[in-house]
Design a protein around this ligand. Structure first.
Ligand code: AMP
Length: 207
């Protein structure tokens, strides 16, 4: 199955993606993760997108579309894909429809107030890449899984979160209507407990 995960930053896409990709045996492809990996390794791509990412703005469409087009050619996509963070605007959605359109689009709907709290309390691990909320770990500086050092992503600060939510509203939200017209959209309330969200996601995707 080819699935697109839609939702504002901090709506829980990454969390849901893990279990959906396992359940459907499809790769979880996150454009944000790919860009961050490139930034970490200081590749030409990473250096090119750094300031845009740090400020909460979108990376150029042509570059992002090419990245995904190339990634979807890999062998592990033969059963489908789970795209997280792509497409981010109508231009990207139309491009995807041109080379590998999704079967279903899962929209995770979460209140903006909750999102701001979730993102600004988020910490990531340098070592294993895990993400946690400070409210649910004992030491805000230490990864509960591997003991690595935790940090706040540059684009998880409250100022940048405002920009990211505005970018989401103006550029990404119109995709809800776009995919709804194609009868591909299923929406799940992402405000609930993770286990309830998971159950509703399974039901919505019919798996
Ligand atoms: P995310 O982890 O999905 O919130 O993405 C983090 C950042 O990566 C975004 O704020 C953008 O700067 C960049 N990014 C991720 N996906 C895309 C995309 N599809 N198009 C453009 N920029 C993207």
């Amino acid at each position: 199955m080819k699935v697109v995960l839609l939702g504002a930053p901090g709506s829980g896409k990454g969390t849901q993606a893990g279990f959906i990709s396992e359940k459907l045996n499809i790769p979880h492809i996150s454009t944000g993760d790919i860009f961050r990996e490139n930034m970490k390794k200081k590749t030409p791509l990473g250096l090119k997108v750094k300031s845009l990412m740090d400020s909460g703005n979108l990376c150029p469409d042509d570059l992002t579309v090419e990245l995904i087009k190339e990634r979807l050619n890999h062998d592990d996509c033969k059963n489908g894909y789970l795209l997280d963070g792509f497409p981010r605007n109508l231009h990207q959605a139309k491009a995807l429809d041109g080379f590998c359109p999704p079967d279903k689009v899962l929209n995770l709907d979460v209140d903006f107030e909750r999102i701001e709290r979730r993102i600004t309390g988020r910490r990531s691990c340098y070592e294993c890449g895990g993400t946690y909320h400070v409210d649910f770990i004992t030491d805000p500086n230490k990864c509960p899984l591997c003991g690595g050092e935790l940090f706040t992503r540059k684009d998880d600060t409250s100022e940048t979160v405002k920009t990211r939510l505005k970018v989401y509203q103006t550029q990404t939200e119109p995709l809800i209507g776009y995919y709804s017209e194609q009868n591909k959209l299923v929406t799940v309330d992402g405000n609930a407990e993770i286990s309830d969200v998971e159950r509703n996601v399974l039901e919505a995707l019919g798996i």
